[in-house]
Design a protein around this ligand. Structure first.
Ligand code: NAP
Length: 257
């Protein structure tokens, strides 16, 4: 996706994937200070762990408590978060206006934090979070409280909250290739009565959750639009240029296919 964008704009830059074990994260971040490095993306499981390793945080990264984009400004590393704005941009593709909506967010990791922050700042009427580990959901709600109220759902409260929601977002890894693939993060038979279901997972393109929701006549979106929009904003942060989002989408689609 990023290589296609560099090629489209004729930039002599490369995007490489680094598999970084947790014990090597600090050294990997330090290596980003080199003169020839524009920056990096950060993904599972490092988005929160990288926060104390950068020199500065953008307002979004500070609010979300997670970094998915590092920008190298002359050896000073700025941690930024483009997941929140990428998620909101993808909602406009659906289309769904989050202003005034009742949303249920599944998960409490880095992606869920960005989604909850995005929904609160976009004017959602209510945001409820459900997560396997209740303590992580409570921590998320407490840390994002400055931006609006987040209700933490007990497992028994989940079905009613989902049925009444305008928007359900899966921001857990359940359904992702290699992590509980083929499983839904929702209990059997529990889906919203109306509205839309967004799954941040993009591989596979159609998760069990999205297949169930589409079969029930609900509007669905997988994680590809968000992936492209968060990537387009990262690209602009590194290069100062408008990202060729169409070329990035085509490249991402062809790689995932
Ligand atoms: P993360 O910080 O590691 O959080 C993972 C979340 O999934 C946690 O809430 C965790 O619950 C939950 N979880 C993991 N395995 C589970 C299981 N077997 N059963 C129930 N819950 C489980 O990861 P992340 O960065 O937030 O990413 C989460 C998902 O979003 C991934 O699939 C990722 O690919 C996707 N994502 C997509 C985009 C995009 O642009 N489309 C961007 C970011 C992330 P616990 O708290 O109980 O551990």
């Amino acid at each position: 996706m990023h290589s296609a964008a560099f090629a489209q704009l004729g930039l002599a830059a490369e995007y490489r994937a680094w598999g970084v074990p947790p014990e090597k994260l600090r050294a990997a971040v330090t290596a980003l200070r080199a003169e020839h490095v524009l920056g990096a993306n950060v993904t599972i499981p490092h988005k929160q762990a990288v926060v104390p390793l950068v020199d500065e945080l953008s307002a979004e990264a500070l609010a979300v408590g997670a970094v998915n984009t590092v920008i190298n400004r002359g050896g000073v590393l700025v941690g930024h978060n483009t997941d929140a704005s990428g998620f909101l941009h993808a909602l406009t593709d659906l289309p769904l206006d989050p202003d005034g909506c009742d949303a249920v967010v599944l998960g409490a990791g880095g992606a869920a934090r960005a989604v909850v922050y995005a929904l609160l700042t976009a004017g959602a009427r209510s945001v409820a979070v459900s997560n396997r580990t209740a303590g992580n959901a409570r921590r998320l709600a407490a840390e994002l409280a400055a931006h609006g109220r987040v209700r933490v759902l007990a497992p028994a409260e989940l079905p009613a909250a989902v049925r009444g929601a305008d928007l359900v977002v899966n921001s857990t890894s359940v359904g992702m290739a290699g992590v509980a693939e083929g499983e839904s993060p929702l209990p059997a038979g529990v889906l919203p009565k109306r509205g839309a279901v967004v799954d941040l997972v993009y591989r596979p393109a159609r998760t069990r959750l999205l297949a169930d929701a589409a079969a029930a006549g609900l509007r669905v979106q997988n994680g590809l639009p968000m992936l492209v929009w968060q990537g387009a904003e990262s690209f602009s942060c590194w290069t100062g240029l408008e990202a060729p989002a169409d070329a990035m989408l085509r490249a991402a689609e062809s790689q995932l296919a």
